[in-house]
Ligand binder design. Structure first.
Ligand code: GDP
Ligand code: MN
Length: 381
């Protein structure tokens, strides 16, 4: 789950990372009120889950509440990188002297946390990585051992050379970032820019936090004011039904039992020149209710042009899946071609149920045959 800036700021505040005073507004009037309350020059920032908001006109400075109202109205009417702006942050404006970049990212390749720092901030790290990778300071933190004092000293020295006070301040911020990262099961905690301001102190001017969805139940307090607007509602619906669903960009909807088989199914579709529209694991013991929910989620994706059910009955019984399909299809009346490969426990019973239902489906004997057929159907339409 990607937090919006204002949500990340709540976590920063909870962990003692310095952020300027501010609040979030859904309307120009609310923005006006916040400015009046702060009674200082403010910055108004579009709250969308992407960077580069400044360039897109989503960040403006304002001296007066009236001006803030007008600017907020403008920003609230923008769409930035396909995200309509629904909220703005109104915060005390910082007088920035120097900007830096600092982040902690879960690095799956090494199984460690990657620490990155850049002496200049405000630029997207991906751009620097492409153009001047040597400008990025990197270090790896073993998760269980944690951030070591020598690692903190090294990165502080890199960013601030001999500036003692700033180094000390930064060390504190980095430790807090680490604490947040671990305690909230984050995949990313990024401050870009972390800025030295006119008061000579460090302030987090932006926040970017991604939390691990699968761990969010452990720390509900780490998910402030959960914003459903920008989240994939289908992934939530799937979770509620005990399904694992990840939307992808292709045209072949997949409905599979077991994560390994789901991965193999996606590979097989690709082998035959197709692209999966999703990863969908209906799990080991699939009740008709689960199959129905899976179909509902699959069919609500407009990109889906054909569906491939690839079921390997082990604990899952093919007759259960077949019953689920029959009741799901009777209810949802899909018009797309549906290819079904059913094999394993109770496959005979399962096939019989499907045949007797009179539903129009395309049976396949093997995974290859099914995948090929589903790809052909998807490409035809
Ligand atoms: P992003 O570009 O979407 O990541 O948005 P940021 O929050 O990082 O802001 C982009 C840039 O706007 C920063 O690098 C700053 O230069 C500028 N900016 C943001 N907030 C303030 C502020 O309070 N005061 C000033 N002077 N500039 C700001
Ligand atoms: Mn930023």
């Amino acid at each position: 789950m990607k937090l919006l800036e204002y949500q990340g700021r709540i976590l920063f505040k909870n962990y003692g990372i310095p952020v300027k005073e501010g609040d979030v507004a859904k309307s120009p009037e609310e923005a006006y009120e916040i400015h009046k309350r702060l009674n200082k020059k403010v910055v108004i920032k579009a709250q969308v889950p992407v960077g580069g908001r400044g360039k897109a006109g989503g960040i403006k400075l304002s001296e007066k509440p009236e001006e803030t109202k007008e600017l907020a109205e403008k920003i609230l009417s923008l769409t930035i990188k396909s995200y309509p702006v629904k909220k703005v942050l109104v915060a005390e404006a910082a007088e920035i002297k120097k900007e830096m970049y600092i982040s902690l990212t879960l690095d799956r390749r090494t199984g460690k946390v990657l620490l990155m720092a850049i002496k200049e901030g405000g630029i997207e790290v991906e751009e620097i990585a492409k153009e001047r990778p040597e400008a990025i300071y990197t270090d790896y933190i073993p998760i269980l051992r944690g951030l070591s004092p020598y690692q903190i000293r090294n990165v502080s020295e890199f960013l601030f050379d001999g500036e003692k006070d700033l180094k000390k301040e930064f060390s504190g911020i980095l430790l807090k970032m680490w604490k947040l990262f671990r305690e909230c099961d984050a995949n990313l905690v990024e401050i870009n820019p972390l800025a030295v301001c006119e008061d000579g102190k460090l302030w987090a001017i932006d926040s970017k936090i991604i939390l691990d969805d699968n761990a969010s139940f452990r720390y509900p307090e780490c998910v402030p004011d959960r914003d459903m607007d920008y989240e994939n509602l289908k992934e939530f619906e799937a979770k509620e039904h005990g399904l694992s669903y990840v939307k992808l960009e292709g045209k072949v909807g997949c409905c599979v039992n077991g994560a390994g088989l789901a991965m193999a199914t996606m590979d097989t579709l690709k082998k035959f020149g197709g692209e999966p529209a999703n990863f969908l694991d209906i799990g080991g013991s699939s009740s008709p209710e689960k199959v129905k929910a899976a179909m509902r989620i699959l069919l609500s994706d407009k990109n889906v042009k054909s569906v491939f059910f690839n079921i390997f009955g082990g604990i899952t019984r093919c007759d259960d899946v077949a019953n689920g399909m029959v009741s799901a299809f009777q209810e949802l009346k899909p018009e797309l071609p549906i290819v079904v490969r059913l094999t394993g426990t109770n496959e005979e019973e399962g096939r019989k149920i499907l045949e007797q239902s009179g539903l129009k489906i395309y049976p396949a004997k093997s995974m290859d045959e099914g995948a090929k057929l589903a790809v052909q159907f998807a490409e035809k339409t």
